[in-house]
Design a protein around this ligand. Structure first.
Ligand code: 5GP
Ligand code: MG
Ligand code: MG
Length: 183
């Protein structure tokens, strides 16, 4: 048995700490190359993207500036409604800026579609999206995601920023929860 209390709640590990870190380094190198000489603003979507942001930005070798946005996309159910409420807006004026939105996971893609359109209305030079994880529905949607870490099966996952009832965000790996956790 793993000595980690939180890891004992996992049924299976989908992505190990090493796999996640290797992928984040790859993404960082691509982003560094693509935005060479530009003044990139990276926007993390709270709270899920905290871990991806921290590791992605530390793996980058160019200057960046960082901002955060908090939105609520879920109503009472567990499905995205597409109705998005801004809980914390950006501190930064997007006019003329190259913007990269960083997300933990894209499921239906509705939240990000809304956010991208919202950002585009603020006069930026460009808006692109980077997500660590993407589920099949998002892969089928017409949301254009420039940087994708992993396409994963349609299962509920936790860890590396992703929560279940606000827990498990601090896991260094990503996995599915064991049935006893739900009961
Ligand atoms: P979308 O609008 O793309 O359907 O919603 C994306 C948001 O739903 C993510 O930012 C995340 O908060 C939540 N979400 C979607 N799938 C999962 C999952 O498998 N695990 C967790 N913990 N959250 C998820
Ligand atoms: Mg998120
Ligand atoms: Mg959540």
């Amino acid at each position: 048995m793993d000595a980690s209390v939180i890891k004992n709640d996992l049924e299976k590990v989908l992505l190990t700490k090493e796999e996640i870190q290797d992928k984040i380094k790859e993404l960082a190198a691509q982003i560094d190359a693509d935005y060479k000489g530009k003044d990139l603003l990276v926007v993390g979507v709270l709270k899920g993207a905290v871990m991806v942001m921290a590791d992605l930005l530390r793996a980058m070798e160019s200057h960046i500036t960082m901002d955060w946005m908090a939105v609520s996309s879920y109503g009472s159910g567990t499905q995205s409604s597409g109705v998005v409420r801004i809980l914390k807006d950006l501190d930064t004026d997007l006019m003329g800026r190259d913007v990269l939105i960083v997300e933990d996971i894209i499921d239906s893609g509705l939240t990000l579609s809304w956010m991208k359109a919202n950002f585009e209305s603020r006069g930026p030079a460009s808006v692109e999206i980077c997500t660590l994880l993407r589920k099949p529905d998002a892969a089928k949607s017409d949301l254009d995601v420039k940087y994708v870490g992993f396409d994963i099966p349609n299962e509920f996952v936790v860890g590396f920023g992703l929560d279940f009832a606000e827990k498990y965000r601090n896991l260094d790996c990503i996995g599915t929860l064991a049935p006893h956790v739900y009961q």
